[in-house]
Design a protein around this ligand. Structure first.
Ligand code: TYD
Ligand code: MG
Length: 451
Protein backbone atom coordinates (compact mmCIF):
# COMPACT_ATOMS: atom_id res chain seq x y z
CA UNK A 1 0.00 0.00 0.00
CA UNK A 2 1.34 3.38 -0.95
CA UNK A 3 1.97 5.84 1.81
CA UNK A 4 -0.59 8.63 2.09
CA UNK A 5 0.97 11.93 1.11
CA UNK A 6 -0.09 15.50 1.41
CA UNK A 7 -0.55 17.95 -1.36
CA UNK A 8 -2.03 21.41 -1.84
CA UNK A 9 -5.21 22.02 -3.73
CA UNK A 10 -6.80 25.27 -4.90
CA UNK A 11 -10.26 25.56 -3.35
CA UNK A 12 -11.33 27.72 -6.25
CA UNK A 13 -10.43 25.70 -9.32
CA UNK A 14 -9.06 22.39 -8.07
CA UNK A 15 -5.44 22.96 -9.21
CA UNK A 16 -3.06 20.63 -7.38
CA UNK A 17 0.49 21.25 -6.34
CA UNK A 18 3.03 19.40 -4.21
CA UNK A 19 4.19 22.54 -2.45
CA UNK A 20 2.33 25.43 -0.93
CA UNK A 21 1.82 28.48 -3.12
CA UNK A 22 0.50 31.88 -2.16
CA UNK A 23 -1.20 32.29 -5.51
CA UNK A 24 -2.84 29.61 -7.61
CA UNK A 25 -0.96 29.50 -10.93
CA UNK A 26 -4.07 28.25 -12.72
CA UNK A 27 -6.83 30.65 -11.71
CA UNK A 28 -4.64 33.40 -10.28
CA UNK A 29 -6.47 33.68 -6.93
CA UNK A 30 -4.53 34.40 -3.77
CA UNK A 31 -4.68 32.43 -0.53
CA UNK A 32 -6.69 29.55 -1.90
CA UNK A 33 -4.23 26.65 -1.64
CA UNK A 34 -5.16 24.32 1.21
CA UNK A 35 -3.26 21.27 2.36
CA UNK A 36 -5.08 17.97 1.97
CA UNK A 37 -4.06 14.36 2.46
CA UNK A 38 -4.39 11.88 -0.36
CA UNK A 39 -5.22 8.31 0.54
CA UNK A 40 -4.51 5.70 -2.10
CA UNK A 41 -7.76 4.28 -3.46
CA UNK A 42 -8.73 0.90 -2.05
CA UNK A 43 -11.23 -1.61 -3.36
CA UNK A 44 -13.70 -0.86 -0.58
CA UNK A 45 -13.60 2.85 -1.35
CA UNK A 46 -14.46 2.19 -4.95
CA UNK A 47 -17.44 0.08 -3.93
CA UNK A 48 -16.03 -3.37 -4.68
CA UNK A 49 -14.22 -4.87 -7.63
CA UNK A 50 -15.03 -3.22 -10.95
CA UNK A 51 -17.47 -5.11 -13.13
CA UNK A 52 -15.89 -6.37 -16.30
CA UNK A 53 -17.72 -5.72 -19.51
CA UNK A 54 -16.80 -7.40 -22.77
CA UNK A 55 -16.53 -5.19 -25.85
CA UNK A 56 -19.73 -5.08 -27.85
CA UNK A 57 -20.42 -4.18 -31.48
CA UNK A 58 -22.00 -0.74 -31.79
CA UNK A 59 -24.77 -2.30 -33.85
CA UNK A 60 -25.49 -4.83 -31.10
CA UNK A 61 -26.02 -2.29 -28.35
CA UNK A 62 -29.65 -2.35 -27.32
CA UNK A 63 -31.36 0.99 -27.84
CA UNK A 64 -34.56 0.59 -25.91
CA UNK A 65 -35.82 4.00 -24.94
CA UNK A 66 -35.05 4.68 -21.29
CA UNK A 67 -38.13 4.79 -19.23
CA UNK A 68 -38.37 8.15 -17.57
CA UNK A 69 -40.23 9.07 -14.41
CA UNK A 70 -42.25 12.25 -14.31
CA UNK A 71 -41.86 14.24 -11.12
CA UNK A 72 -45.11 16.12 -11.43
CA UNK A 73 -43.50 19.54 -11.85
CA UNK A 74 -43.76 19.85 -15.61
CA UNK A 75 -41.21 22.67 -15.78
CA UNK A 76 -38.61 20.48 -14.05
CA UNK A 77 -39.49 17.47 -16.17
CA UNK A 78 -39.02 19.52 -19.32
CA UNK A 79 -35.65 20.91 -18.25
CA UNK A 80 -34.50 17.37 -17.43
CA UNK A 81 -35.32 16.42 -21.01
CA UNK A 82 -38.66 14.73 -20.33
CA UNK A 83 -38.50 13.35 -16.80
CA UNK A 84 -36.00 11.65 -14.53
CA UNK A 85 -33.75 9.01 -16.13
CA UNK A 86 -33.13 5.89 -14.00
CA UNK A 87 -29.59 5.80 -12.63
CA UNK A 88 -28.83 9.40 -13.51
CA UNK A 89 -26.96 11.87 -11.31
CA UNK A 90 -28.39 15.38 -11.39
CA UNK A 91 -26.70 18.37 -9.78
CA UNK A 92 -28.84 21.34 -8.81
CA UNK A 93 -26.70 24.39 -8.13
CA UNK A 94 -27.64 27.86 -7.00
CA UNK A 95 -27.21 30.58 -4.41
CA UNK A 96 -28.09 29.69 -0.82
CA UNK A 97 -31.77 30.35 -0.16
CA UNK A 98 -32.80 30.35 -3.82
CA UNK A 99 -35.08 27.33 -3.36
CA UNK A 100 -33.11 24.19 -4.22
CA UNK A 101 -34.35 22.20 -1.21
CA UNK A 102 -37.89 23.39 -1.83
CA UNK A 103 -37.77 22.30 -5.46
CA UNK A 104 -36.41 18.85 -4.64
CA UNK A 105 -38.82 18.23 -1.79
CA UNK A 106 -41.74 19.05 -4.07
CA UNK A 107 -40.33 16.84 -6.82
CA UNK A 108 -39.66 13.78 -4.65
CA UNK A 109 -43.04 14.27 -3.00
CA UNK A 110 -44.63 12.99 -6.17
CA UNK A 111 -41.76 10.71 -7.26
CA UNK A 112 -42.39 8.77 -4.05
CA UNK A 113 -45.57 7.40 -5.60
CA UNK A 114 -43.41 5.68 -8.26
CA UNK A 115 -40.83 4.19 -5.90
CA UNK A 116 -39.24 4.72 -2.48
CA UNK A 117 -37.28 7.95 -1.99
CA UNK A 118 -34.41 8.51 0.43
CA UNK A 119 -33.94 12.19 1.24
CA UNK A 120 -30.62 12.84 2.94
CA UNK A 121 -30.83 16.14 4.74
CA UNK A 122 -27.32 17.16 5.72
CA UNK A 123 -28.11 20.81 6.42
CA UNK A 124 -31.46 20.77 8.16
CA UNK A 125 -32.99 18.52 10.80
CA UNK A 126 -35.69 16.04 9.90
CA UNK A 127 -38.15 18.24 11.80
CA UNK A 128 -37.32 21.26 9.69
CA UNK A 129 -37.83 19.27 6.52
CA UNK A 130 -41.09 17.89 7.88
CA UNK A 131 -42.33 21.41 8.64
CA UNK A 132 -41.43 22.56 5.15
CA UNK A 133 -43.10 19.48 3.73
CA UNK A 134 -46.31 20.40 5.55
CA UNK A 135 -46.20 23.85 4.05
CA UNK A 136 -45.65 22.36 0.61
CA UNK A 137 -48.38 19.76 1.21
CA UNK A 138 -45.92 16.97 0.58
CA UNK A 139 -47.29 13.88 2.23
CA UNK A 140 -45.90 10.75 0.66
CA UNK A 141 -45.81 7.41 2.38
CA UNK A 142 -42.61 6.22 0.71
CA UNK A 143 -40.54 9.33 1.36
CA UNK A 144 -37.83 8.55 3.91
CA UNK A 145 -35.78 11.24 5.63
CA UNK A 146 -32.35 10.74 7.10
CA UNK A 147 -30.41 13.58 8.72
CA UNK A 148 -26.87 12.39 8.05
CA UNK A 149 -23.56 13.80 6.93
CA UNK A 150 -21.35 10.72 6.73
CA UNK A 151 -21.16 9.29 3.22
CA UNK A 152 -20.47 5.79 4.54
CA UNK A 153 -23.64 5.85 6.64
CA UNK A 154 -25.61 7.24 3.71
CA UNK A 155 -24.43 4.39 1.47
CA UNK A 156 -25.34 1.93 4.24
CA UNK A 157 -28.88 3.38 4.41
CA UNK A 158 -29.20 3.10 0.65
CA UNK A 159 -28.19 -0.55 0.82
CA UNK A 160 -30.85 -1.18 3.48
CA UNK A 161 -33.70 0.79 1.95
CA UNK A 162 -32.96 0.22 -1.76
CA UNK A 163 -34.59 3.49 -2.80
CA UNK A 164 -35.41 4.28 -6.41
CA UNK A 165 -34.62 7.96 -5.88
CA UNK A 166 -31.98 9.55 -3.68
CA UNK A 167 -31.56 13.20 -2.72
CA UNK A 168 -28.38 14.46 -1.08
CA UNK A 169 -28.88 17.99 0.22
CA UNK A 170 -26.17 19.26 0.02
CA UNK A 171 -22.99 17.74 -1.43
CA UNK A 172 -20.94 20.34 0.45
CA UNK A 173 -22.03 19.19 3.90
CA UNK A 174 -21.39 15.46 3.57
CA UNK A 175 -18.00 13.84 4.00
CA UNK A 176 -16.20 10.54 3.72
CA UNK A 177 -14.04 9.27 6.58
CA UNK A 178 -11.47 8.13 4.03
CA UNK A 179 -10.24 11.69 3.56
CA UNK A 180 -8.98 13.92 6.30
CA UNK A 181 -9.99 17.21 4.73
CA UNK A 182 -13.07 19.08 5.92
CA UNK A 183 -16.52 18.70 4.36
CA UNK A 184 -16.91 21.15 1.50
CA UNK A 185 -13.27 21.01 0.45
CA UNK A 186 -12.44 20.19 -3.14
CA UNK A 187 -11.29 16.63 -2.42
CA UNK A 188 -14.30 15.81 -0.25
CA UNK A 189 -16.84 17.19 -2.69
CA UNK A 190 -15.22 15.37 -5.61
CA UNK A 191 -14.82 12.09 -3.78
CA UNK A 192 -18.38 12.11 -2.42
CA UNK A 193 -19.84 12.99 -5.81
CA UNK A 194 -17.74 10.30 -7.48
CA UNK A 195 -19.02 7.64 -5.12
CA UNK A 196 -22.61 8.78 -5.49
CA UNK A 197 -22.15 8.54 -9.25
CA UNK A 198 -20.88 5.00 -8.79
CA UNK A 199 -23.95 4.21 -6.70
CA UNK A 200 -26.35 5.78 -9.18
CA UNK A 201 -24.90 3.89 -12.14
CA UNK A 202 -24.28 0.64 -10.28
CA UNK A 203 -27.69 0.29 -8.65
CA UNK A 204 -29.85 2.38 -10.96
CA UNK A 205 -30.75 4.89 -8.25
CA UNK A 206 -31.74 8.26 -9.71
CA UNK A 207 -29.78 10.70 -7.60
CA UNK A 208 -30.13 14.43 -7.08
CA UNK A 209 -27.46 16.43 -5.31
CA UNK A 210 -27.60 20.11 -4.43
CA UNK A 211 -24.64 22.45 -4.33
CA UNK A 212 -24.34 26.05 -3.22
CA UNK A 213 -22.63 28.43 -5.55
CA UNK A 214 -19.86 30.06 -3.58
CA UNK A 215 -18.18 33.34 -4.28
CA UNK A 216 -15.34 33.52 -1.79
CA UNK A 217 -13.91 30.12 -2.69
CA UNK A 218 -13.88 28.91 0.92
CA UNK A 219 -16.08 26.00 -0.07
CA UNK A 220 -15.75 24.10 -3.31
CA UNK A 221 -18.54 25.14 -5.63
CA UNK A 222 -20.69 23.06 -7.96
CA UNK A 223 -18.79 24.17 -11.10
CA UNK A 224 -16.08 21.72 -10.20
CA UNK A 225 -18.55 18.85 -10.38
CA UNK A 226 -20.00 19.72 -13.76
CA UNK A 227 -17.85 17.29 -15.70
CA UNK A 228 -18.63 14.38 -13.37
CA UNK A 229 -22.42 14.36 -13.31
CA UNK A 230 -24.98 13.62 -16.03
CA UNK A 231 -27.04 16.75 -15.73
CA UNK A 232 -26.35 20.18 -14.26
CA UNK A 233 -29.23 22.51 -13.52
CA UNK A 234 -28.74 25.98 -12.13
CA UNK A 235 -31.49 27.62 -10.15
CA UNK A 236 -31.32 31.37 -10.67
CA UNK A 237 -33.26 34.34 -9.52
CA UNK A 238 -33.13 37.59 -7.73
CA UNK A 239 -33.67 37.63 -3.98
CA UNK A 240 -36.04 40.59 -4.36
CA UNK A 241 -38.23 38.87 -6.96
CA UNK A 242 -40.36 35.75 -6.64
CA UNK A 243 -39.39 34.40 -10.07
CA UNK A 244 -36.92 31.57 -10.39
CA UNK A 245 -35.40 30.23 -13.57
CA UNK A 246 -34.11 26.68 -13.74
CA UNK A 247 -31.52 26.39 -16.47
CA UNK A 248 -29.89 23.24 -17.86
CA UNK A 249 -26.22 23.90 -18.57
CA UNK A 250 -25.35 20.26 -19.18
CA UNK A 251 -27.59 17.36 -19.95
CA UNK A 252 -26.56 13.92 -21.15
CA UNK A 253 -30.23 13.05 -21.58
CA UNK A 254 -31.70 16.12 -23.21
CA UNK A 255 -31.10 19.53 -24.67
CA UNK A 256 -29.19 22.15 -22.74
CA UNK A 257 -30.30 25.77 -22.66
CA UNK A 258 -33.75 24.56 -21.77
CA UNK A 259 -35.32 26.62 -19.01
CA UNK A 260 -38.14 26.26 -16.55
CA UNK A 261 -39.80 29.21 -14.86
CA UNK A 262 -41.19 29.09 -11.34
CA UNK A 263 -42.69 31.52 -8.91
CA UNK A 264 -41.87 31.22 -5.20
CA UNK A 265 -45.12 31.47 -3.26
CA UNK A 266 -46.36 30.85 0.26
CA UNK A 267 -47.05 27.21 -0.56
CA UNK A 268 -43.79 26.60 -2.43
CA UNK A 269 -42.75 26.79 -6.05
CA UNK A 270 -45.50 27.19 -8.62
CA UNK A 271 -44.90 26.52 -12.29
CA UNK A 272 -45.23 29.45 -14.64
CA UNK A 273 -46.45 28.14 -17.99
CA UNK A 274 -46.74 31.62 -19.53
CA UNK A 275 -43.66 33.56 -18.42
CA UNK A 276 -44.13 36.35 -20.97
CA UNK A 277 -47.43 37.39 -19.41
CA UNK A 278 -45.83 37.42 -16.00
CA UNK A 279 -42.81 39.48 -17.00
CA UNK A 280 -44.95 42.07 -18.79
CA UNK A 281 -47.67 42.32 -16.15
CA UNK A 282 -46.39 45.50 -14.54
CA UNK A 283 -45.10 47.26 -17.63
CA UNK A 284 -45.70 51.02 -17.61
CA UNK A 285 -47.03 51.40 -21.15
CA UNK A 286 -46.19 54.69 -22.78
CA UNK A 287 -43.28 55.44 -20.45
CA UNK A 288 -40.06 56.54 -22.19
CA UNK A 289 -37.23 54.05 -21.76
CA UNK A 290 -39.44 50.97 -21.60
CA UNK A 291 -39.19 48.46 -24.46
CA UNK A 292 -40.28 44.86 -24.89
CA UNK A 293 -37.98 42.33 -26.52
CA UNK A 294 -38.56 38.67 -27.35
CA UNK A 295 -35.58 36.80 -26.02
CA UNK A 296 -34.95 33.16 -26.63
CA UNK A 297 -34.19 30.97 -23.65
CA UNK A 298 -33.34 27.56 -25.08
CA UNK A 299 -36.22 26.66 -27.34
CA UNK A 300 -38.54 28.96 -25.50
CA UNK A 301 -39.32 32.54 -26.48
CA UNK A 302 -39.99 34.90 -23.57
CA UNK A 303 -40.99 38.53 -23.77
CA UNK A 304 -39.21 40.70 -21.26
CA UNK A 305 -39.28 44.38 -20.56
CA UNK A 306 -36.09 46.43 -20.79
CA UNK A 307 -35.86 49.73 -18.93
CA UNK A 308 -33.37 52.49 -19.50
CA UNK A 309 -32.97 55.72 -17.61
CA UNK A 310 -30.69 58.27 -19.19
CA UNK A 311 -30.31 61.54 -17.32
CA UNK A 312 -27.85 64.40 -17.03
CA UNK A 313 -25.10 63.52 -14.63
CA UNK A 314 -24.61 65.76 -11.62
CA UNK A 315 -21.20 64.33 -10.87
CA UNK A 316 -18.02 64.66 -12.86
CA UNK A 317 -17.90 60.98 -13.68
CA UNK A 318 -21.21 59.79 -15.16
CA UNK A 319 -22.59 56.64 -13.61
CA UNK A 320 -23.28 53.51 -15.62
CA UNK A 321 -25.24 50.68 -14.05
CA UNK A 322 -26.78 47.60 -15.64
CA UNK A 323 -28.82 44.91 -13.94
CA UNK A 324 -29.80 41.68 -15.66
CA UNK A 325 -27.54 42.32 -18.65
CA UNK A 326 -23.79 42.46 -19.20
CA UNK A 327 -22.72 46.09 -18.50
CA UNK A 328 -20.09 45.77 -21.24
CA UNK A 329 -22.80 45.00 -23.77
CA UNK A 330 -24.70 48.13 -22.74
CA UNK A 331 -21.51 50.22 -22.93
CA UNK A 332 -20.85 48.90 -26.43
CA UNK A 333 -24.37 49.73 -27.58
CA UNK A 334 -24.11 53.23 -26.06
CA UNK A 335 -20.95 53.72 -28.11
CA UNK A 336 -22.77 52.61 -31.28
CA UNK A 337 -25.57 55.08 -30.52
CA UNK A 338 -23.06 57.91 -30.08
CA UNK A 339 -21.07 57.15 -33.18
CA UNK A 340 -23.75 56.04 -35.63
CA UNK A 341 -26.83 57.98 -34.58
CA UNK A 342 -25.12 60.95 -32.99
CA UNK A 343 -26.95 60.76 -29.67
CA UNK A 344 -24.44 62.15 -27.21
CA UNK A 345 -24.53 60.38 -23.86
CA UNK A 346 -21.05 61.23 -22.65
CA UNK A 347 -22.20 63.41 -19.77
CA UNK A 348 -25.24 61.30 -18.94
CA UNK A 349 -25.87 58.83 -16.17
CA UNK A 350 -27.16 55.58 -17.66
CA UNK A 351 -29.12 53.05 -15.65
CA UNK A 352 -30.28 49.89 -17.32
CA UNK A 353 -32.54 47.21 -15.93
CA UNK A 354 -34.19 44.02 -17.14
CA UNK A 355 -37.54 43.85 -15.34
CA UNK A 356 -38.60 40.88 -13.23
CA UNK A 357 -35.10 39.82 -12.21
CA UNK A 358 -34.48 38.12 -15.58
CA UNK A 359 -30.90 37.79 -16.79
CA UNK A 360 -30.34 38.25 -20.51
CA UNK A 361 -27.52 36.36 -22.14
CA UNK A 362 -28.51 36.51 -25.77
CA UNK A 363 -27.61 39.11 -28.43
CA UNK A 364 -31.16 39.19 -29.85
CA UNK A 365 -32.02 41.86 -27.28
CA UNK A 366 -29.44 44.36 -28.63
CA UNK A 367 -31.85 46.31 -30.81
CA UNK A 368 -34.23 46.58 -27.87
CA UNK A 369 -31.45 47.92 -25.65
CA UNK A 370 -30.68 50.57 -28.30
CA UNK A 371 -34.36 51.54 -28.55
CA UNK A 372 -34.75 51.76 -24.76
CA UNK A 373 -31.66 53.98 -24.43
CA UNK A 374 -32.76 56.24 -27.28
CA UNK A 375 -36.32 56.39 -25.97
CA UNK A 376 -35.20 57.58 -22.55
CA UNK A 377 -32.62 59.97 -23.95
CA UNK A 378 -35.13 61.56 -26.34
CA UNK A 379 -37.91 61.31 -23.73
CA UNK A 380 -40.19 59.78 -26.34
CA UNK A 381 -42.02 56.53 -25.59
CA UNK A 382 -41.83 53.50 -27.83
CA UNK A 383 -45.39 52.60 -28.96
CA UNK A 384 -46.90 50.05 -26.57
CA UNK A 385 -47.72 47.32 -29.09
CA UNK A 386 -44.38 47.51 -30.84
CA UNK A 387 -41.58 45.09 -30.35
CA UNK A 388 -38.12 44.77 -31.81
CA UNK A 389 -35.19 42.38 -31.85
CA UNK A 390 -31.87 41.80 -33.58
CA UNK A 391 -28.17 41.68 -32.85
CA UNK A 392 -26.32 44.97 -33.29
CA UNK A 393 -22.78 45.07 -34.64
CA UNK A 394 -20.15 47.74 -34.08
CA UNK A 395 -20.87 49.33 -37.45
CA UNK A 396 -24.47 49.85 -36.40
CA UNK A 397 -25.71 47.02 -38.61
CA UNK A 398 -28.62 44.85 -37.47
CA UNK A 399 -27.74 41.19 -37.76
CA UNK A 400 -29.92 38.12 -38.01
CA UNK A 401 -30.61 36.08 -34.88
CA UNK A 402 -31.78 32.51 -34.33
CA UNK A 403 -35.42 31.35 -34.44
CA UNK A 404 -37.10 34.64 -35.47
CA UNK A 405 -40.39 32.84 -36.17
CA UNK A 406 -40.69 31.72 -32.53
CA UNK A 407 -40.11 35.26 -31.29
CA UNK A 408 -42.65 36.77 -33.65
CA UNK A 409 -45.26 34.16 -32.79
CA UNK A 410 -44.87 34.79 -29.05
CA UNK A 411 -45.25 38.54 -29.63
CA UNK A 412 -48.40 38.00 -31.70
CA UNK A 413 -49.83 35.75 -29.00
CA UNK A 414 -49.50 38.56 -26.47
CA UNK A 415 -51.20 41.11 -28.67
CA UNK A 416 -48.25 42.95 -30.24
CA UNK A 417 -49.08 44.25 -33.72
CA UNK A 418 -45.80 45.58 -35.08
CA UNK A 419 -42.35 44.05 -35.04
CA UNK A 420 -39.01 45.33 -36.27
CA UNK A 421 -36.59 42.57 -37.00
CA UNK A 422 -33.32 42.09 -38.89
CA UNK A 423 -33.92 42.34 -42.65
CA UNK A 424 -31.97 39.09 -42.93
CA UNK A 425 -34.63 37.30 -40.88
CA UNK A 426 -37.62 38.56 -42.83
CA UNK A 427 -37.67 35.74 -45.36
CA UNK A 428 -37.70 33.07 -42.66
CA UNK A 429 -40.80 34.44 -40.97
CA UNK A 430 -44.42 34.35 -41.98
CA UNK A 431 -46.38 37.21 -40.45
CA UNK A 432 -49.07 35.96 -38.04
CA UNK A 433 -52.53 37.51 -38.58
CA UNK A 434 -52.71 41.08 -37.29
CA UNK A 435 -48.92 41.43 -37.07
CA UNK A 436 -46.95 43.78 -39.26
CA UNK A 437 -43.31 42.84 -39.82
CA UNK A 438 -40.63 45.30 -40.93
CA UNK A 439 -37.09 44.34 -41.71
CA UNK A 440 -34.34 46.80 -40.72
CA UNK A 441 -30.70 46.81 -41.78
CA UNK A 442 -29.19 49.36 -39.43
CA UNK A 443 -29.69 51.04 -36.10
CA UNK A 444 -30.38 54.41 -37.80
CA UNK A 445 -33.10 52.85 -39.93
CA UNK A 446 -34.73 51.18 -36.92
CA UNK A 447 -34.73 54.34 -34.81
CA UNK A 448 -36.04 56.43 -37.74
CA UNK A 449 -38.98 54.07 -38.04
CA UNK A 450 -39.72 53.90 -34.32
CA UNK A 451 -39.44 57.59 -33.42
P1 TYD B 1 -34.63 26.75 0.20
O1 TYD B 1 -35.30 25.69 -0.61
O2 TYD B 1 -34.34 26.44 1.62
O3 TYD B 1 -33.30 27.25 -0.52
P2 TYD B 1 -31.92 26.49 -0.73
O4 TYD B 1 -32.14 25.05 -0.47
O5 TYD B 1 -31.59 26.79 -2.17
O6 TYD B 1 -30.92 27.12 0.17
O7 TYD B 1 -35.54 28.04 0.06
C1 TYD B 1 -35.56 28.97 1.05
C2 TYD B 1 -36.36 30.18 0.69
O8 TYD B 1 -37.58 29.90 0.07
C3 TYD B 1 -36.67 30.91 1.95
O9 TYD B 1 -36.14 32.21 1.83
C4 TYD B 1 -38.15 30.91 2.06
C5 TYD B 1 -38.63 30.59 0.70
N1 TYD B 1 -39.85 29.76 0.69
C6 TYD B 1 -41.06 30.32 0.33
O10 TYD B 1 -41.18 31.50 0.02
N2 TYD B 1 -42.18 29.52 0.32
C7 TYD B 1 -42.14 28.21 0.66
O11 TYD B 1 -43.17 27.51 0.64
C8 TYD B 1 -40.87 27.65 1.05
C9 TYD B 1 -40.74 26.22 1.44
C10 TYD B 1 -39.76 28.46 1.04
MG1 MG C 1 -31.32 23.95 1.12
Amino acid sequence: RLKAKTFYICQQCGYQSLKWLGKCPDCGQWDVMVEERREPPTASRRGGAPQTTAPQRLSDVATTEEERCLCGLSELDRVLGGGVVPGSLVLIGGDPGIGKSTLLLQAVGSLASIGPVLYVTAEESARQVKMRGERLRVNAKDLFLVPETSLETILERVRELKPRFLVVDSIQTIFTGDLESAPGSVSQVRECAGRLMHLAKGQGVSTFITGHVTKDGAIAGPRMLEHMVDTVLYFEGDAGHPYRILRAVKNRFGSTNEIGVFEMKEGGLAEVPNPSELFLAERPEGAPGSVVVPTLEGSRPILVELQALVSVSTFGQPRRTAIGIDPNRVALLVAVLEKKVGLSMLSQDIFFNVAGGVRLSEPGADLGVIAALASSHLNRPVPGKLMLFGEVGLAGEVRAVSRPELRVREAARLGFDRCYLPAGCLKAVEAPPGMELRGVRSVEEALDEVF
